[in-house]
Design a protein around this ligand. Sequence first.
Ligand SMILES: Cc1ncc(COP(=O)(O)O)c(C=O)c1O
Length: 364
Amino acid sequence: MENLRIPGPTPCPDEALQAMTKQMINHRGPEFAKILNDVTDKLKQLFQTKGDVFLLTGSGTGGLEAAIVNTLSPGDKVLSVSIGVFGERFGAIAAEFGAEVTPLSFEWGKAADAEAIRQALRAEPKIKAVLVTHNETSTGVTNDLAAISPVVKEYDKLLLVDAISSLGSINLPVDDWHCDVTVTGSQKGWMVPPGLAMVSLSQEAWQAHSKAKMPRFYWDFTKAKSYLEKGQNPWTPAISVVYALSVTLEMMLKEGLTNIIARHARVAEAARDGIKSLGLPLFAEESHASNTVTSVAASDGLDTKKMLRILREEHQVVLGGGQQRLDGKIFRIGHLGWVTEDDIKAVMSALKVALPQSGFRSAS
Ligand SMILES: Cc1ncc(COP(=O)(O)O)c(C=O)c1O
């Protein structure tokens, strides 16, 4: 079997795959209602929220679009904090739907600075919402949301969070950190295939929703809520992915959120240590290095494309490349969801062989 170590989609445990072979059921019947209610309750525990949580059929980007169109109106001012590809995407969605976006971008590889966010909010009192990526998958950096959130709330703004590659893997107490809309995706730490976005909403998000005028139909949270009250989704859901999620959520609660978070921290540390011992530099600033994806700077002649090919063809290890302007400049090791230190050991053993074959000239 391939050692798939990209930051999503992630490998799925056999039990999740098995669950997906189950026959279809009526998505408007009692059996599905039971599963949906159970999955929603479990998600609330892992989101650490008492607010509403919805399962949307779509990928994570759909969840980001839902966060925007359900809380904002065309012309609303938005502060878009970006530290990489996905931060830029979040701002681009808001702009596409007519928000007036003020970008606040930080050097890729570094985290956002809460003080700079404070200054931006002070400079433009009309800003209504702040968009933040909790874990920037493209650079392997985790923003300090615990520090950013109080600043956003000091100025009484909506906090919309892309937690697609962090929730369920890195600590994110949604209620304690006053996140108004929080978005994640099934193919990340949740150990199931792509197909679902999961979103949570605070009371403030509902208040904003009641006034939000951006066009929406498929993603409308009012429809999501009224159907969930009947144990349904407004539209035909990705039933097989829901089957799988019901199994992996059970596994996650059995392991316990604290243990899951600790396991991700341990595995990430093993990845960072392994990379350093191979003589490679980490790309992300270490104080904010992500516990779900490790980014590695290509240096000393390393041809990342060749290396990724050798790893895939000769070692059945699949890592991620760099995205956009980081193409060829970094590679990324995904370690979220169904992952242990042994998976990382296997990656390091393969890298040890593939690096010198890919032009890497290091003394170590
Ligand atoms: C932080 C982050 N935001 C957004 C996305 C986009 O999610 P999707 O590809 O599921 O639409 C991803 C996917 O890699 C991500 O990691």
